[in-house]
Design a protein. Structure first.
Length: 134
């Protein structure tokens, strides 16, 4: 990922100017261009007041500038770290599924289970036995 100082195109995008949570104006120092060239840029910015973050796509076209973004709990360092990781493969998903299955089965085999149903079987209860005897 490449980190640059935001260009002037972001001056005209309302989404990038103000934090949607606390209405604080974003500081350009907290805004990083993650990917992009030409007319489209992938941007991350963090509010200096509430520390919430947004990832957005900002795009220039002959009709103007548009953006679409999403709130995230990832900070800029998280994004840089994840960018260096390999994508999750189908084998990774299958291995996790097998691991969780084994883990859950091990827990199930080693834990006593109790019937917590709301229906009562009065034929087998102690009070029903006493009532039949007495």
């Amino acid at each position: 990922m490449k980190s640059n100082t935001p260009k002037d195109i972001f001056e005209n995008v309302q989404f990038i100017q103000v934090c949607p949570l606390c209405n604080t104006k974003y500081d350009k120092k907290e805004t990083h261009i993650l990917h992009g060239s030409g007319a489209a840029h992938f941007v991350h910015t963090t509010c200096s007041s509430c520390r919430s973050s947004i990832m957005a796509v900002v795009r220039e076209s002959p009709l103007g500038i548009s953006s679409a973004g999403i709130m995230t709990d990832m900070n800029y360092d998280d994004i840089m770290r994840f960018d260096q990781e390999e994508p999750i493969s189908a084998d990774d998903c299958l291995n996790l599924h097998l691991f969780l299955n084994t883990f859950i089965n091990t827990l199930h085999d080693n834990v006593e289970t109790y019937d917590i149903s709301t229906e009562r079987n009065t034929k087998n209860s102690r009070s029903a036995s006493r009532a039949r005897r007495g």
